[in-house]
Write a protein that binds this ligand. Structure first.
Ligand code: PMP
Length: 395
């Protein structure tokens, strides 16, 4: 029997990406044949050690790291963020106990910062403007001699806004604090140069570049003082104990190599699709708005909101039609609270609730964009007809 169900349209790439088949191929030998432990002295162990070193070099190149040794492999962005914040603030507490961060961080930055507050640190969550850009004057005025660490997201995947990292870096370093940048969503989509942008610590994630989940890295600029969060066998220069996940790390490196080669073309293609999608989701529908910055935004990110209705109901309507999107970050979506990132833009909770987020990726085409923009006016109209919040003239 012929399958006449419509083609599935996946537009939730920031929540999860498929692994590139070239990555899977690179990983396979490290599961069954070359399975050694890089700490072993025999040939099989040395093979693994070599693969680890090669991977470190490739990931270092993606961000123009001074040396491969500045890369510490972790289990993903959450662990990298924890190591950066708890490890740097903890190691430098004799110099000061103040940490600055923004109000549009991922929970893997927010929660380690909250832990530091319980440990006696002072943490300031700096405001952003209504487009999601960090308030640089506030950053400058809050930075003092007690501030050892500033942690700012490169680009928040929920609203797409790219922060002015180079300017932030100048302000932070004028006060001799360390700058940690969570580049989970940005790395692999926009070119990042840790030397040119003068970043001290940078979080990266493999799956965000079409590598396997559960692998990431923290770049640590030589000279940055940091201590480990977990104690153990002393792998990764003592900063991340635990037997290295060699298949995962090899896959991450392959994904990083592909991203380096293909980023320019793919980001250009996605930016075009992104702009068309934003336009098509807003222009024909009254009381609809873009979330985040119109131009300083991630190539893959579309985030819009519709007054008087709920993002969750839009998602369910889309799901029935084979379109998979999101109403906020995958983690915030687990709670009924409106996302703290949308609230930080100054939105009222009821406005934040009407948000729809579509993150684009390699499989998406203009045809997908056309499909979504063609069905959205009817979906919004139907939900508004049912909503008690909708003013009479719109019904
Ligand atoms: N930081 C940012 C900006 C993220 O978007 C995410 C989620 N992809 C994370 C950190 C945490 O990533 P993971 O769940 O892979 O550890």
């Amino acid at each position: 029997m012929e399958n006449d169900s419509p083609r599935r349209i996946y537009m939730d790439y920031s929540a999860g990406k498929p692994v590139d088949p070239r990555v899977t191929d690179a990983m396979l030998p490290f599961f069954n044949s070359s399975f050694g432990n890089p700490s072993s002295v025999h040939t099989l162990g040395q093979e693994a050690k070599q693969a680890l070193q090669n991977s470190r070099e490739v990931v270092a190149k993606l961000i123009n790291s001074e040396t491969p040794e500045a890369i510490v492999f972790t289990s993903g962005a959450t662990e990298s963020n924890n190591l950066a914040i708890r490890g740097t603030a903890g190691r430098n507490k004799s110099r000061g106990n103040k940490i600055l961060t923004s109000s549009v961080e991922h929970m893997s930055v927010v929660n380690p910062c909250k832990l530091m507050i319980r440990n006696g640190f002072q943490v300031i969550f700096l405001p952003v403007d209504k487009l999601g850009v960090l308030d640089l004057e506030k950053l400058e005025s809050e930075l003092d001699d007690q501030t050892t660490l500033v942690s700012i997201v490169y680009a928040n995947p929920e609203i797409g806004t790219i922060e002015p990292i180079k300017e932030i870096s100048k302000i932070v370093h004028a006060k001799k604090a360390f700058l940690h940048v969570d580049a989970t969503a940005a790395c692999g989509q926009v070119p990042i140069d840790v030397q040119d942008e003068n970043i001290d610590l940078l979080t990266m994630s493999s799956n965000d570049m079409y590598g396997p989940k559960g692998v990431g890295a923290l770049y640590i600029k030589p000279g940055t003082t940091i201590e480990p969060v977990n104690q153990g066998g002393g792998q990764e220069r003592g900063l991340r104990s635990g037997t290295e996940n060699i298949p995962g790390i090899v896959g991450f490196a392959k994904a990083a190599e592909i991203a380096k080669n293909e980023m320019a073309n793919e980001s250009q293609r996605l930016t075009l699709l992104r702009n068309n999608l934003i336009k098509g989701l807003i222009e024909p529908i009254p009381y609809s708005y873009i979330n985040g910055h119109p131009t300083q935004r991630l190539p893959d990110n579309v985030s819009v909101r519709y007054s008087f209705i709920e993002g969750e109901s839009i998602l369910l309507s889309l799901d029935i039609m084979g379109v998979y999107a999101s109403s906020g970050s995958a983690c915030a979506a687990k709670t009924l609270q409106p996302s703290h990132v949308l609230l930080a833009l100054g939105l009222q909770p009821e406005d934040a609730h009407g948000s729809l987020m579509a993150t684009l990726g390699r499989e998406n085409t203009q045809e997908d964009v056309d499909k979504l923009t063609s069905i959205m006016p009817d979906i919004v109209k139907r939900l508004r007809d049912m909503s008690p919040l909708t003013p009479k003239e719109l019904k």
